[in-house]
Ligand binder design. Structure first.
Ligand code: SF4
Ligand code: SF4
Length: 64
């Protein structure tokens, strides 16, 4: 499983990017995206996702 960013609610603030311990978040052509191959859901971090906690709009969701 991995997190993904809902492009409809993401405001491209960039807050999540430095929060990821795996550098799974990247900005490409103005869109922030999570690489599902790198995202570990921060399972080592008490099961809490750091990007999700940091996002001001709740745009980070469980990947479908
Ligand atoms: S859930 Fe954790 S590992 Fe996955 S993108 Fe967010 S901060 Fe990175
Ligand atoms: S913190 Fe949330 S709103 Fe900001 S770039 Fe990341 S996903 Fe988008």
């Amino acid at each position: 499983m991995a997190k993904s960013i809902n492009q409809d609610t993401c405001i491209q603030c960039g807050t999540c990017l430095p929060e990821c311990p795996n550098e799974a978040i990247a900005e490409v052509d103005g869109e922030y995206r999570i690489d599902p191959n790198l995202c570990t859901e921060c399972a080592e971090n008490d099961g809490e996702s750091r990007c999700q906690a940091a996002c001001p709009t709740g745009a980070i969701e469980d990947a479908a």
